[in-house]
Write a protein that binds this ligand. Structure first.
Ligand SMILES: [Ca+2]
Ligand SMILES: [Ca+2]
Length: 274
């Protein structure tokens, strides 16, 4: 019995002493605060209430919703102060990350952690430039031809979604289409017909990029003209011309028949009197 009681008492004493140590050397994440915003070169700051156990190292992390990623580790600038400059442009813009800090003493046995939730990383608006594979400005195309339009990647601010806008120069009607977004770029391969764009209409086309904060940028618009199909529409045109020619020919032919008819009657009367 005595052999069991002594280790138990020792364990309780150890737990009490550890909780005392923890509560006496507690770290607090000062910046970013809860729901704070991070941009540019940002100083992450954490402080200790006291440092009686020689805490010398603090590591900052972010949690992106699926895993913890180390931002960096720093030693204390004063016994109770830790600063780490984070170049936040290394990440694309996001909302509501968890930033947290963990400090340890030299033996690594004593640790204390703190976090701030709802932190936004916002370094501005996304760029929106038509990608090299996109149709050129002032393109004229038939409605069944492949139409490619997209934005070049913005890996700094990030692009989380895109919408294509086709505004009719005549009616002002706006046709929108969703786009495929991947790796901070977006693209769409379609046809004017699939997008229900009107033949013989001229469209102002832009793409709106949205980043992880909801910030938006429109690409400089390009002009697109939808022409009649070269096979069906063109054939119709030349067919109309032929019909017109045939009509004239018919009239001319009819005139010749009538004229010949009267000429033959006149010749018949002439034959009577001769
Ligand atoms: Ca937030
Ligand atoms: Ca932003």
């Amino acid at each position: 019995m005595k052999n069991k009681v002594i280790p138990l008492i020792f364990s309780i004493m150890l737990l009490v002493s550890l909780s005392f140590i923890s509560s006496a050397n507690t770290i607090t994440l000062i910046t970013p605060a809860q729901d704070g915003e991070v941009s540019g070169s940002y100083v992450l700051n954490a402080t200790l209430d006291t440092n009686t156990f020689n805490i010398t190292s603090a590591t900052f992390f972010y949690y992106d919703g699926s895993s913890n990623v180390t931002i960096g580790t720093t030693t204390n600038q004063t016994p109770t102060n830790f600063n780490y400059t984070w170049v936040s442009t290394a990440l694309v813009d996001v909302n509501n990350y968890v930033i947290w800090v963990n400090c340890t003493n030299q033996t690594g046995l004593l640790t204390s952690a703190d976090s701030s939730t709802g932190v936004d990383i916002d370094n501005g608006n996304p760029t929106a430039s038509f990608s090299s594979g996109s149709f050129s400005d002032n393109t004229a195309m038939v409605s069944t031809t492949s139409l490619v339009f997209g934005l070049t990647a913005d890996s700094t601010i990030g692009i989380s979604s895109c919408i294509g806008y086709f505004t009719s120069a005549d009616s002002g009607t706006v046709t929108t289409t969703s786009m495929t977004t991947s790796a901070n770029a977006c693209t769409n391969t379609s046809t004017p017909s699939t997008l229900s764009l009107g033949i013989n209409e001229v469209y102002s086309v832009t793409i709106q990029a949205t980043d992880g904060n909801g910030d938006q940028t429109n690409a400089t618009a390009r002009t697109l003209r939808i022409t009649p199909a070269s096979g069906g529409g063109g054939g119709g045109g030349s067919s109309a011309v032929k019909q017109s020619i045939i009509g004239d020919g018919d009239t001319t032919t009819s005139g010749n028949v009538i004229s010949n008819f009267f000429n033959s009657i006149i010749n018949w009367f002439k034959g009577l009197f001769n």
